[in-house]
Design a protein around this ligand. Sequence first.
Ligand code: GLY
Length: 340
Amino acid sequence: MHRTRVQLGERSYDVVVGRGSLRELAGLVPADAKRVAIVTQNGVPVDVAPHLPTHVATSRHIVGESEDDKSLATIERLCEEFASVGLTRQDLVLGVGGGMVTDIAGFAAASWHRGVRVAHVSTTLVGMIDAAIGGKTGVNLRSGKNLVGAFWQPCGVVCDTALLDSLPEREQRCGRGEMAKYHFLTGDDLLALDLDERVARCVQIKADIVGNDERESGRRAVLNYGHTLGHALEIATDFALAHGEAVAVGMMFAAHLARALGRIDDARVELHRRVIQQHYGLSVSVPSGIDRQRLVDLMHSDKKAIDGLTFVLDGPRGIEVVRGVEASALEAAFTAVSVP
Ligand code: GLY
Protein backbone atom coordinates (compact mmCIF):
# COMPACT_ATOMS: atom_id res chain seq x y z
CA MET A 1 0.00 0.00 0.00
CA HIS A 2 1.31 3.47 -0.86
CA ARG A 3 0.23 6.49 1.16
CA THR A 4 1.02 9.92 -0.28
CA ARG A 5 0.39 13.10 1.68
CA VAL A 6 -0.76 16.11 -0.31
CA GLN A 7 0.91 18.83 1.75
CA LEU A 8 -1.40 21.82 2.01
CA GLY A 9 -1.11 22.95 5.62
CA GLU A 10 -4.42 22.52 7.39
CA ARG A 11 -5.94 21.19 4.17
CA SER A 12 -3.37 18.34 3.87
CA TYR A 13 -4.69 14.85 3.16
CA ASP A 14 -3.65 11.32 2.31
CA VAL A 15 -4.07 9.51 -1.00
CA VAL A 16 -4.00 5.76 -0.43
CA VAL A 17 -3.02 3.70 -3.47
CA GLY A 18 -2.93 -0.07 -3.86
CA ARG A 19 -4.81 -3.26 -4.50
CA GLY A 20 -7.35 -3.63 -1.70
CA SER A 21 -6.92 -0.05 -0.41
CA LEU A 22 -10.71 0.32 -0.12
CA ARG A 23 -10.12 -1.22 3.31
CA GLU A 24 -8.60 2.14 4.30
CA LEU A 25 -11.77 4.09 3.50
CA ALA A 26 -13.28 3.98 7.00
CA GLY A 27 -10.15 5.66 8.36
CA LEU A 28 -10.67 8.63 6.01
CA VAL A 29 -14.20 9.36 7.21
CA PRO A 30 -14.09 12.17 9.80
CA ALA A 31 -14.95 10.81 13.26
CA ASP A 32 -17.72 13.38 13.81
CA ALA A 33 -19.55 12.67 10.52
CA LYS A 34 -22.91 11.00 11.11
CA ARG A 35 -23.97 10.74 7.47
CA VAL A 36 -22.17 10.03 4.20
CA ALA A 37 -23.80 11.17 0.95
CA ILE A 38 -22.39 8.89 -1.74
CA VAL A 39 -22.32 10.60 -5.15
CA THR A 40 -21.82 8.05 -7.90
CA GLN A 41 -23.06 6.78 -11.26
CA ASN A 42 -25.04 3.68 -12.14
CA GLY A 43 -22.56 1.10 -13.31
CA VAL A 44 -19.65 2.20 -11.12
CA PRO A 45 -18.35 -1.23 -10.14
CA VAL A 46 -17.90 -0.81 -6.39
CA ASP A 47 -20.04 -0.96 -3.29
CA VAL A 48 -18.36 1.24 -0.70
CA ALA A 49 -20.96 0.67 2.02
CA PRO A 50 -19.16 -2.31 3.64
CA HIS A 51 -16.02 -0.16 3.93
CA LEU A 52 -17.66 2.74 5.81
CA PRO A 53 -17.77 3.01 9.61
CA THR A 54 -20.84 1.21 10.95
CA HIS A 55 -22.15 4.26 12.84
CA VAL A 56 -22.72 6.43 9.72
CA ALA A 57 -26.00 6.62 7.81
CA THR A 58 -25.64 6.61 4.03
CA SER A 59 -27.59 7.89 1.04
CA ARG A 60 -26.89 7.38 -2.67
CA HIS A 61 -27.05 10.19 -5.21
CA ILE A 62 -26.76 9.23 -8.86
CA VAL A 63 -25.37 11.48 -11.57
CA GLY A 64 -25.83 10.82 -15.28
CA GLU A 65 -23.11 9.60 -17.57
CA SER A 66 -23.18 12.09 -20.42
CA GLU A 67 -20.89 15.13 -20.46
CA ASP A 68 -24.15 17.18 -20.51
CA ASP A 69 -24.83 15.90 -16.99
CA LYS A 70 -21.74 17.72 -15.75
CA SER A 71 -23.87 20.79 -15.23
CA LEU A 72 -25.15 23.32 -12.72
CA ALA A 73 -28.53 21.57 -12.99
CA THR A 74 -26.93 18.43 -11.57
CA ILE A 75 -25.37 20.42 -8.71
CA GLU A 76 -28.77 21.94 -7.91
CA ARG A 77 -30.42 18.50 -7.92
CA LEU A 78 -27.73 17.00 -5.70
CA CYS A 79 -28.05 19.86 -3.21
CA GLU A 80 -31.85 19.37 -3.12
CA GLU A 81 -31.20 15.69 -2.40
CA PHE A 82 -28.70 16.61 0.33
CA ALA A 83 -31.42 18.79 1.86
CA SER A 84 -33.96 15.99 1.73
CA VAL A 85 -31.65 13.53 3.57
CA GLY A 86 -30.60 16.17 6.11
CA LEU A 87 -26.89 16.36 5.25
CA THR A 88 -25.31 18.67 7.84
CA ARG A 89 -22.09 20.66 8.02
CA GLN A 90 -20.45 17.84 10.01
CA ASP A 91 -21.26 15.22 7.39
CA LEU A 92 -19.33 13.95 4.40
CA VAL A 93 -19.88 13.85 0.66
CA LEU A 94 -18.14 10.82 -0.88
CA GLY A 95 -17.45 10.85 -4.62
CA VAL A 96 -17.25 7.29 -5.97
CA GLY A 97 -16.37 7.08 -9.64
CA GLY A 98 -14.17 8.59 -12.32
CA GLY A 99 -13.15 12.19 -12.87
CA MET A 100 -16.60 13.39 -13.84
CA VAL A 101 -18.10 12.07 -10.59
CA THR A 102 -15.36 13.42 -8.34
CA ASP A 103 -15.46 16.84 -10.08
CA ILE A 104 -19.24 17.00 -9.52
CA ALA A 105 -19.17 15.59 -5.99
CA GLY A 106 -16.38 18.00 -5.05
CA PHE A 107 -18.25 21.02 -6.37
CA ALA A 108 -21.52 19.95 -4.73
CA ALA A 109 -19.60 19.58 -1.44
CA ALA A 110 -17.94 22.97 -1.91
CA SER A 111 -21.36 24.57 -2.45
CA TRP A 112 -23.59 22.76 0.05
CA HIS A 113 -23.85 24.83 3.26
CA ARG A 114 -20.96 26.90 1.78
CA GLY A 115 -18.66 23.91 2.00
CA VAL A 116 -18.75 20.47 3.61
CA ARG A 117 -16.05 17.82 3.66
CA VAL A 118 -15.58 15.53 0.69
CA ALA A 119 -13.57 12.35 0.14
CA HIS A 120 -13.16 10.35 -3.05
CA VAL A 121 -12.96 6.73 -4.07
CA SER A 122 -11.52 6.97 -7.53
CA THR A 123 -12.44 4.14 -9.89
CA THR A 124 -10.65 5.03 -13.14
CA LEU A 125 -7.03 5.49 -14.09
CA VAL A 126 -7.54 9.15 -15.10
CA GLY A 127 -9.31 9.75 -11.80
CA MET A 128 -6.63 8.10 -9.71
CA ILE A 129 -3.67 9.82 -11.28
CA ASP A 130 -5.22 13.23 -11.91
CA ALA A 131 -8.84 14.23 -11.39
CA ALA A 132 -9.39 13.08 -7.81
CA ILE A 133 -6.19 14.72 -6.57
CA GLY A 134 -5.62 18.41 -6.08
CA GLY A 135 -9.05 19.87 -5.33
CA LYS A 136 -10.15 21.16 -8.74
CA THR A 137 -13.91 20.71 -8.87
CA GLY A 138 -16.51 22.01 -11.25
CA VAL A 139 -19.00 21.63 -14.04
CA ASN A 140 -19.35 22.71 -17.66
CA LEU A 141 -21.28 25.57 -19.21
CA ARG A 142 -22.44 25.63 -22.82
CA SER A 143 -19.50 28.03 -23.33
CA GLY A 144 -16.85 25.54 -22.23
CA LYS A 145 -15.58 22.77 -20.00
CA ASN A 146 -15.15 23.20 -16.24
CA LEU A 147 -15.88 26.92 -16.40
CA VAL A 148 -17.73 27.00 -13.05
CA GLY A 149 -16.15 25.41 -10.01
CA ALA A 150 -14.09 25.77 -6.88
CA PHE A 151 -10.80 24.68 -5.43
CA TRP A 152 -12.08 22.32 -2.76
CA GLN A 153 -9.64 19.80 -1.39
CA PRO A 154 -10.85 16.37 -0.34
CA CYS A 155 -10.06 15.08 3.16
CA GLY A 156 -8.79 11.82 1.68
CA VAL A 157 -8.66 9.80 -1.55
CA VAL A 158 -8.68 6.03 -2.06
CA CYS A 159 -7.28 4.57 -5.28
CA ASP A 160 -7.90 0.81 -5.12
CA THR A 161 -6.06 -0.48 -8.16
CA ALA A 162 -8.09 -3.72 -8.12
CA LEU A 163 -10.87 -1.59 -9.60
CA LEU A 164 -8.73 -1.11 -12.71
CA ASP A 165 -8.91 -4.86 -13.55
CA SER A 166 -12.32 -4.33 -15.15
CA LEU A 167 -11.58 -0.90 -16.63
CA PRO A 168 -12.34 -0.90 -20.40
CA GLU A 169 -9.32 -0.54 -22.72
CA ARG A 170 -10.50 2.88 -23.83
CA GLU A 171 -10.43 4.16 -20.25
CA GLN A 172 -7.00 2.60 -19.78
CA ARG A 173 -5.86 4.47 -22.88
CA CYS A 174 -7.20 7.75 -21.49
CA GLY A 175 -5.18 7.14 -18.33
CA ARG A 176 -2.08 6.56 -20.43
CA GLY A 177 -2.66 10.00 -22.02
CA GLU A 178 -2.34 11.67 -18.61
CA MET A 179 0.59 9.38 -17.79
CA ALA A 180 2.42 10.49 -20.92
CA LYS A 181 1.96 14.04 -19.63
CA TYR A 182 3.74 13.13 -16.38
CA HIS A 183 6.43 11.41 -18.47
CA PHE A 184 7.19 14.71 -20.21
CA LEU A 185 7.02 16.70 -16.97
CA THR A 186 9.49 14.47 -15.12
CA GLY A 187 11.25 12.23 -17.66
CA ASP A 188 9.97 9.18 -15.72
CA ASP A 189 9.13 6.07 -17.73
CA LEU A 190 5.98 5.21 -15.81
CA LEU A 191 5.34 2.02 -17.76
CA ALA A 192 8.55 0.60 -16.29
CA LEU A 193 6.81 0.46 -12.88
CA ASP A 194 4.24 -2.06 -11.70
CA LEU A 195 0.67 -0.82 -11.57
CA ASP A 196 0.52 0.21 -7.91
CA GLU A 197 3.89 1.95 -8.09
CA ARG A 198 2.91 3.63 -11.36
CA VAL A 199 -0.31 5.08 -9.93
CA ALA A 200 1.46 6.05 -6.70
CA ARG A 201 4.27 7.77 -8.62
CA CYS A 202 1.77 9.80 -10.67
CA VAL A 203 -0.04 10.77 -7.46
CA GLN A 204 3.28 11.86 -5.94
CA ILE A 205 4.15 13.97 -9.02
CA LYS A 206 0.78 15.68 -8.87
CA ALA A 207 0.88 16.08 -5.07
CA ASP A 208 4.27 17.80 -5.29
CA ILE A 209 3.03 20.27 -7.91
CA VAL A 210 -0.28 20.98 -6.11
CA GLY A 211 1.50 21.29 -2.75
CA ASN A 212 3.56 24.14 -4.19
CA ASP A 213 0.81 25.91 -6.11
CA GLU A 214 -2.65 24.92 -4.94
CA ARG A 215 -4.56 27.56 -6.90
CA GLU A 216 -2.60 27.51 -10.14
CA SER A 217 -1.00 30.90 -9.81
CA GLY A 218 2.16 29.46 -11.36
CA ARG A 219 3.70 26.02 -11.78
CA ARG A 220 0.46 24.00 -11.47
CA ALA A 221 -0.47 25.18 -14.96
CA VAL A 222 2.07 22.70 -16.40
CA LEU A 223 -0.47 20.01 -15.52
CA ASN A 224 -2.44 21.45 -18.42
CA TYR A 225 0.19 20.22 -20.92
CA GLY A 226 -1.75 19.20 -24.05
CA HIS A 227 -5.01 20.52 -22.61
CA THR A 228 -5.44 23.75 -24.61
CA LEU A 229 -6.04 21.90 -27.87
CA GLY A 230 -7.23 18.84 -25.91
CA HIS A 231 -10.28 20.59 -24.47
CA ALA A 232 -11.09 22.11 -27.87
CA LEU A 233 -10.90 18.67 -29.48
CA GLU A 234 -13.21 17.13 -26.90
CA ILE A 235 -15.84 19.78 -27.66
CA ALA A 236 -15.30 19.81 -31.44
CA THR A 237 -15.79 16.03 -31.57
CA ASP A 238 -18.79 16.22 -29.26
CA PHE A 239 -16.75 14.15 -26.79
CA ALA A 240 -16.24 11.30 -29.28
CA LEU A 241 -12.58 11.91 -28.45
CA ALA A 242 -12.24 11.24 -24.72
CA HIS A 243 -10.17 13.45 -22.44
CA GLY A 244 -6.94 11.43 -22.31
CA GLU A 245 -7.06 10.78 -26.06
CA ALA A 246 -7.56 14.48 -26.75
CA VAL A 247 -4.73 15.43 -24.38
CA ALA A 248 -2.40 13.05 -26.24
CA VAL A 249 -3.09 14.80 -29.55
CA GLY A 250 -2.86 18.12 -27.72
CA MET A 251 0.66 17.31 -26.50
CA MET A 252 1.75 16.34 -30.01
CA PHE A 253 0.29 19.60 -31.30
CA ALA A 254 2.08 21.49 -28.53
CA ALA A 255 5.37 19.87 -29.54
CA HIS A 256 4.92 20.98 -33.16
CA LEU A 257 3.95 24.45 -31.96
CA ALA A 258 7.04 24.63 -29.74
CA ARG A 259 9.10 23.61 -32.80
CA ALA A 260 7.45 26.34 -34.92
CA LEU A 261 8.30 28.89 -32.22
CA GLY A 262 11.94 27.73 -32.16
CA ARG A 263 11.68 26.41 -28.60
CA ILE A 264 12.62 22.77 -29.35
CA ASP A 265 14.28 20.88 -32.21
CA ASP A 266 13.06 18.13 -34.54
CA ALA A 267 14.54 15.42 -32.33
CA ARG A 268 12.44 16.57 -29.40
CA VAL A 269 9.30 16.58 -31.58
CA GLU A 270 10.13 13.03 -32.68
CA LEU A 271 10.61 12.05 -29.03
CA HIS A 272 7.07 13.29 -28.35
CA ARG A 273 5.75 11.12 -31.17
CA ARG A 274 7.62 8.04 -29.91
CA VAL A 275 6.57 8.52 -26.29
CA ILE A 276 2.90 9.29 -27.01
CA GLN A 277 2.30 6.93 -29.92
CA GLN A 278 4.69 4.03 -29.53
CA HIS A 279 5.25 3.92 -25.80
CA TYR A 280 1.86 4.93 -24.36
CA GLY A 281 -0.13 3.69 -27.40
CA LEU A 282 -2.10 6.80 -28.28
CA SER A 283 -3.03 8.45 -31.55
CA VAL A 284 -1.24 11.68 -32.43
CA SER A 285 -3.58 12.86 -35.22
CA VAL A 286 -6.78 14.85 -35.11
CA PRO A 287 -9.77 12.85 -36.42
CA SER A 288 -10.89 13.94 -39.92
CA GLY A 289 -13.60 16.53 -40.46
CA ILE A 290 -12.54 19.03 -37.83
CA ASP A 291 -12.17 22.61 -38.89
CA ARG A 292 -9.04 24.57 -37.93
CA GLN A 293 -10.95 27.81 -37.25
CA ARG A 294 -13.42 26.02 -34.99
CA LEU A 295 -10.51 24.73 -32.89
CA VAL A 296 -8.97 28.22 -32.71
CA ASP A 297 -12.33 29.68 -31.61
CA LEU A 298 -12.74 26.99 -28.96
CA MET A 299 -9.21 27.56 -27.68
CA HIS A 300 -9.95 31.28 -27.40
CA SER A 301 -13.03 30.62 -25.29
CA ASP A 302 -11.13 28.25 -23.00
CA LYS A 303 -10.71 29.73 -19.52
CA LYS A 304 -6.94 29.67 -19.85
CA ALA A 305 -7.02 32.13 -22.77
CA ILE A 306 -6.39 35.35 -20.84
CA ASP A 307 -4.16 37.24 -23.23
CA GLY A 308 -4.14 35.83 -26.77
CA LEU A 309 -3.80 32.06 -26.81
CA THR A 310 -2.08 30.42 -23.88
CA PHE A 311 -0.27 27.11 -24.26
CA VAL A 312 1.88 24.94 -22.08
CA LEU A 313 4.95 24.30 -24.22
CA ASP A 314 8.23 22.45 -24.06
CA GLY A 315 11.36 24.55 -24.37
CA PRO A 316 14.94 25.08 -23.23
CA ARG A 317 13.82 25.51 -19.60
CA GLY A 318 11.48 22.52 -19.79
CA ILE A 319 7.72 22.65 -19.92
CA GLU A 320 6.22 26.03 -19.05
CA VAL A 321 3.31 28.35 -19.75
CA VAL A 322 3.63 30.51 -22.88
CA ARG A 323 1.10 33.34 -23.22
CA GLY A 324 0.09 35.45 -26.17
CA VAL A 325 0.76 32.90 -28.92
CA GLU A 326 -0.38 34.38 -32.23
CA ALA A 327 -2.91 32.33 -34.19
CA SER A 328 -0.57 32.52 -37.22
CA ALA A 329 2.03 30.47 -35.31
CA LEU A 330 -0.41 27.57 -35.16
CA GLU A 331 -0.50 26.85 -38.89
CA ALA A 332 2.47 24.48 -39.04
CA ALA A 333 1.29 22.62 -35.95
CA PHE A 334 -2.22 22.16 -37.36
CA THR A 335 -0.77 20.79 -40.59
CA ALA A 336 1.48 18.39 -38.66
CA VAL A 337 -1.47 16.87 -36.76
CA SER A 338 -3.52 16.63 -39.99
CA VAL A 339 -6.05 19.40 -39.52
CA PRO A 340 -6.77 20.73 -43.05
N1 GLY B 1 -5.87 18.43 -13.98
C1 GLY B 1 -5.03 19.54 -13.83
C2 GLY B 1 -4.97 20.04 -12.43
O1 GLY B 1 -5.50 19.42 -11.53
O2 GLY B 1 -4.39 21.08 -12.19
